[in-house]
Design a binder for this molecule. Structure first.
Ligand code: DX5
Ligand code: ZN
Length: 218
C-alpha cells in the first residue's frame, strides 16, 4: 500500500495560498488537504467553495476535502463542482451515512468517512467496504496546531488489522498533531495517508514537505 502526504492548507498563509500550494506540489506532496468547517459541527469556521474553486488551477494534485460540517449531503454536488477528488464526511455529522457515501460515489468521487477520537470503529462496520478511505482523527477536530491524543494511535492499529481481516485495501488517513517526530510511529501503526498542517506550513514549507516524504518512503 502506497503512502501519501496531504498537507493541510488550514495552516497556510492565505495571502500567499497559490504560491504555498506550488511549494508543496513541487516538493512532491501527492494530496492537498482542505478543511471545511461550518461553526456548528466544529466551533470554528474556515472557508468554502469559492476558495477551493479559486485554488483548483494552482495544482493538479488530489484535492482531499475534509468536511467538518453538519449534514454534508446537502453540499456534495457543490464540492464536486469546485474540484474535490476525495470527500470525507464525519460519521457523527450524517443522519444517513450510507446515503451520503453513495452520493459521493455517484458523483464520481472517492468517499471517505472520518471518526472523531471518541467515536468507536464499530460506526464503520457496515459501510467500510464502500469506502476508499477512513480518516482517523488524532485530535478533536476544529483547529490546527493541537497535540495528538495518545490513545488514537492504538485505534489506527485496530483499524488496520480490521481492514486486513476483512480482505479490504482501505486507505487509512490520520489528521491532527502529526509531526516529523511522531510520523514514523503513526505509519507503523498502519496509517498510509498523512495529514499535516502546522508542521508543514510553519517555517520552510518546501523543506518540511521533503522531510515528511523522506520519512514516508517505503
Ligand atoms: C483539524 C483539521 C486538521 C488540521 C491539522 O480539525 O482537520 O486538518 O489542519 O493541523 P495540524 O497538523 O497542525 O494538527
Ligand atoms: Zn482535516
Amino acid at each position: 500500500m502506497n503512502n501519501y502526504l496531504s498537507p493541510s492548507i488550514l495552516s497556510a498563509d492565505f495571502t500567499r495560498l497559490g504560491e504555498q500550494l506550488q511549494a508543496i506540489d513541487a516538493a512532491g506532496a501527492e494530496y492537498v488537504h482542505i478543511d471545511v468547517m461550518d461553526g456548528v459541527f466544529v466551533p470554528s469556521i474556515s472557508f468554502g467553495m469559492p476558495v477551493i474553486k479559486s485554488i483548483r488551477p494552482c495544482t493538479s494534485r488530489v484535492f482531499d476535502v475534509h468536511l467538518m460540517i453538519e449534514e454534508p449531503v446537502r453540499y456534495l454536488k457543490e464540492f464536486a463542482d469546485c474540484g474535490a477528488d476525495i470527500i470525507t464526511v464525519h460519521a457523527e455529522a450524517c443522519k444517513h451515512l450510507d446515503r451520503t457515501v453513495e452520493a459521493i460515489r455517484e458523483l464520481g468521487l472517492r468517499p471517505a468517512v472520518a471518526l472523531n477520537p471518541a467515536t468507536s470503529l464499530s460506526a464503520l462496520d457496515y459501510v467500510l467496504p464502500k469506502l476508499d478511505m477512513v480518516l482517523v482523527m488524532l485530535v478533536n477536530p476544529g483547529f490546527g496546531g493541537q497535540k495528538l491524543i495518545p490513545y488514537t494511535i492504538e485505534k489506527v492499529r485496530e483499524l488496520r488489522s480490521l481492514v486486513e481481516k476483512r480482505g479490504l485495501s482501505t486507505n487509512i488517513e490520520v489528521d491532527g498533531g502529526v509531526t516529523l517526530t511522531n510520523v514514523t510511529e503513526i505509519l507503523e501503526a498502519g496509517a498510509n495517508v498523512i495529514v499535516s498542517g502546522s508542521s508543514i506550513f510553519k517555517g520552510d514549507i518546501f523543506g518540511n514537505t521533503e522531510q515528511f516524504l523522506k520519512l514516508m518512503e517505503k
